[in-house]
Design a protein around this ligand. Sequence first.
Ligand code: G1P
Length: 293
Amino acid sequence: MSRSPVRTAVFPIAGQGTRFLPATKAIPKEMLPVVDKPLLQYAVEEALAAGIERMVFVTARGKGAMEDHFDIAAELAASLQAKGKTAELALINDARLLPGSILSVRQQEPLGLGHAVWCARHVIGNDAFAVLLPDELLWSPANPALAEMHTAYSRVGGNLISVLEVPEDHTHRYGIVTPGQVDGLITEVKSLVEKPKPGTAPSRLAVIGRYILQPEVIALLAEGTRGAGGEIQLTDAMAQLIGVQPFHALTFTGERFDCGDKAGHITANIALALERPDIGPSVREWLATRNLG
Ligand code: G1P
């Protein structure tokens, strides 16, 4: 089983963002900012920190802003340059990627996360690849999540997913792991279930949107079997690899914000704002006036 470095990452970003309407009526959910950076940029930076070279955007009609965000904005750059706004110029240059590093494919119909990953099959080819769900903001600036996974992957190989314990009454929202042997932060995965009905989850260990997968998962996705919510679920295809290939979970040790959820998104904004030297003090001051905690 290959453990060679993972160089391709898939970003399933074709969703309609219905949980964030009306904000997402004309802009993609992945472009919603946390403080001043879109969610997608956090995920792309996390991928870069893990040595990813090819970013595969699985996108949909009307979501061109996401590719534009990582392009050169020549007019804006020239105007900032002319005005001597070097700090702002640096910010837009930071969001640029090397030419040719974004490959974009369309998911024509919203048939599920598994279907989105399958849509990237021609770019994935025969190598292990990563998947990042940008609405899961995994905040760990010193040890970015995918880089940590990459290190663990070089040890265990096979398939590796990032997990975290969630409250019992949230398990129905996530893919949930049946844990096997535990070795530090690495847990053997015995089985996986997507969005178990309340009260039926095998554990509280939830899949939190980061995956390193072997290419064999694509053939399983190609079968197009419908699972939870009538969708083609990545979790169901991954579950079929358990016992056939090594399958482990790495517990994430940073701070996780489920920004697909309004409360999670607001919390992420507050937490990251408080860490910022420029705006943190005034946000903290305002929070103090609300007599919190
Ligand atoms: C997806 C996955 C699920 C995972 C979750 C993480 O669900 O299918 O296994 O736990 O992301 O956010 P979604 O939130 O797209 O319904």
